[in-house]
Structures are given as C-alpha cells and as structure tokens.
Design a protein. Structure first.
Length: 56
C-alpha cells in the first residue's frame, strides 16, 4: 500500500473540503497555496497508528 495523506481545508466561502495525496510534499504545497487564500488547513497521515478507525 502506498503512503497517503489527506488534506482538509476549511474556508468561510466553501466550507470543508478534502483532497488525497500520495506524498507529503504535494500535500504541503497545496496547503500553502490554500493558506495564502486565508483557508485553514490540516494534513493527516492516513497510515498513522494513532488513528482510531471505526469498525476495527
């Protein structure tokens, strides 16, 4: 399985949106662009062992 990162953005104009990336670098570049537009961002490593998935 390839590493995956989820970028979550939140703005007063569009609300919450998500994008999936295969590299952390791609996610960070996109997050930086979104933050320049005033959006809040967070990046989640989907393989993080501390994530508690429903149904497990």
């Amino acid at each position: 399985m390839e590493k995956r990162y989820l970028l979550i953005t939140n703005s007063s104009f569009t609300g919450i949106d998500t994008e999936l990336f295969y590299t952390l670098e791609e996610a960070k570049i996109t997050a930086n662009v979104e933050m320049k537009h005033g959006w809040l961002t967070t990046i989640i490593d989907l393989e993080d062992k501390n994530i508690k998935w429903q149904g497990e």
